[in-house]
Design a protein around this ligand. Structure first.
Ligand code: G1P
Length: 298
């Protein structure tokens, strides 16, 4: 029988050094686009895809994430007393059903593959999703939901979100070697983590959404460190191909923002701001003026 995808791993142990000094005391996943932290977008997307169990792989200094997904009785009482029902409503998405969220520590920064492996005992023998909260995807139908629907049609194997990137950018991504291109989906015959452009098998890059067979956790037991001296998730997925287990790339519909970079984060802020009805007019007028002033100053 086909198994539904109900568990997702959120690797959130990274130090976020690209955002220092902010990330000295704030986990990067708590940084906000408008008024929602990055992690909230990831959780919303997982919920829309039918995920019921949320597994966070954390590290020292990430306590704010646990507080964020906890009830805050004093705050809630205060808002209720003041009749702030809209704000109470806004808090609802931060509430988790008891037992639906688990936190596991990654004791050493050994790479994304190692972070996922840390959650192995909570996955058991079923397919699971991985969401990297740095990759924020704006889409009519949330990206993971698109993938779960496509995955349920196939019924087994592994699926990674994929997007064409500029050839000179392949060294920032896992890159797919495609054996068959079916349009929105490709069949993959190889995967390379962060290849330089001259060694990249294509410019179709992996974006931070995965649906993986539990077999990948077994592969993580065996693989050695790869690119950058880290245990790479890409290598454990590539090992599936050698075992004749299918790997698909899924070209999602939507706009991806690299919120692990300052420029991507700023672009996402503007884009999500413009998407808010109550902010749109002011923000648009401001952007218009600021661009005109910038041009005039050239
Ligand atoms: C990770 C993965 C990489 C993937 C990327 C997507 O890299 O290792 O394969 O393409 O996420 O954002 P990171 O950005 O953590 O270096």
């Amino acid at each position: 029988m086909r198994k539904k995808v109900t568990k997702a791993i959120f690797p959130v142990a990274g130090l976020g050094t690209r955002f220092l000094p902010a990330t000295k005391s704030v986990p990067k996943e708590i940084m906000t686009l408008v008024d929602r932290p990055l992690i909230q977008y990831a959780i919303d997307e997982a919920r829309a895809a039918g995920i019921k169990e949320f597994i966070f792989v954390t590290s020292r200094g990430k306590g704010a994430l646990e507080d964020y997904f906890d009830h805050s009785p004093v705050l809630e009482q205060e808002l209720r007393k003041k009749g702030k029902t809209d704000l109470l409503e806004a808090l609802k998405d931060t509430n988790m059903e008891s037992g639906a969220i688990a936190y596991i520590r990654q004791h050493k920064a050994l790479g994304l593959g190692h972070a996922v492996w840390c959650a192995r005992r909570l996955i058991a023998n079923e397919p699971f999703a991985v969401i990297l909260p740095d990759d924020v995807i704006a889409a009519d139908k949330p990206c993971l939901q698109q993938m779960v629907e496509a995955y349920e049609e196939i019924g087994s194997g592994n699926m990674v979100a994929a997007m064409e990137v500029a050839p000179e950018k392949t060294s920032s991504y896992g890159v797919l070697d495609v054996s068959e291109d079916m349009g929105s989906m490709v069949r993959v015959k190889g995967m390379v983590e962060k290849p330089v452009a001259s060694e990249a098998p294509s410019n179709l890059a992996v974006i931070g959404r995965y649906i993986l067979s539990p077999n990948v956790l077994g592969n993580l037991n065996k693989i050695k460190s790869g690119a950058g001296g880290e245990i790479q998730l890409t290598d454990a997925i590539a090992a599936e191909i050698a075992q004749e287990n299918a790997v698909y790339g899924y070209r999602f519909k939507g706009t991806r923002f690299d919120c692990g970079s300052k420029s991507g984060f700023l672009q996402a802020t503007v884009s999500f701001g413009l998407a808010r009805e109550e902010l749109r007019d002011d923000l648009r007028a401001y952007l218009h003026d600021v661009v005109a002033m910038d041009k005039a100053a050239e």
